[in-house]
Design a binder for this molecule. Sequence first.
Ligand code: 13P
Length: 252
Amino acid sequence: MNTRTPLIAGNWKMNLTLKEAETLAKAVAETATRYTDRDVLIYPTFLQFTQAAKIAQGSRVALGVQNCSAEKDGAFTGEISASQAKEAGAQFVLIGHSERRHILKESDAFLKQKVERVLEQNLMCMLCVGETLAERESGHAEAVVLGQLNAALGQLAPQLWKNIAIAYEPVWAIGTGKNATPDDAQAMHAAIRRRVSELNQDIAPQLRILYGGSVKPDNIGALMGKADIDGALVGGASLKAESFAELVKNAK
Ligand code: 13P
């Protein structure tokens, strides 16, 4: 038995109207009260964040932002800083989502700077890692994922590791309906934990590693049954109150 509390996170991406976001945040707060042995987290858009945070206040739902700047403050039009996210009530910042790595071309070096900004604010950093289909098919999946991990966290000071969570999201499984088999996901999670253990032996058994990529109410149970899968980062299925409630319920 490990002591890692399961964490179910909904990444709302660039979806929902403000009204829909408010309704969903209320429903998620109700769901979270029913399952007190697992943690629940939502990542609304920046513009929905304040309302969602107000609704979630006093509930068991944690709030996160989907991104932040690599800079502390200043003339960076369109960006928000980690300190602003903290001021608005964020506890988590998602860094390195594959949509940002691949569509917005965020590099490993750039993401490392973002991790630093997040940790300076004593926020939780959820680092996303994951290989493309071509990388998996050519047998490089583990090297790619561990490379991303090393680049962002390889030089992290020991005391900062307690503020890290990792989300393994194979790029080919995101929004495609194809998910990694529980055994394949487990193999990668175990590899990640082994590498973290080389970097920080004490933290590795406590570090939460989430799986993401077409997680649905009917496959989350088998994924969560694996030794090193500690939760899920969910896109599409987190956008409907009923399916998110089912996800949380089935996340044993
Ligand atoms: P889907 O659950 O829609 O595949 O998205 C996964 C994801 O990218 C979560 O961050």
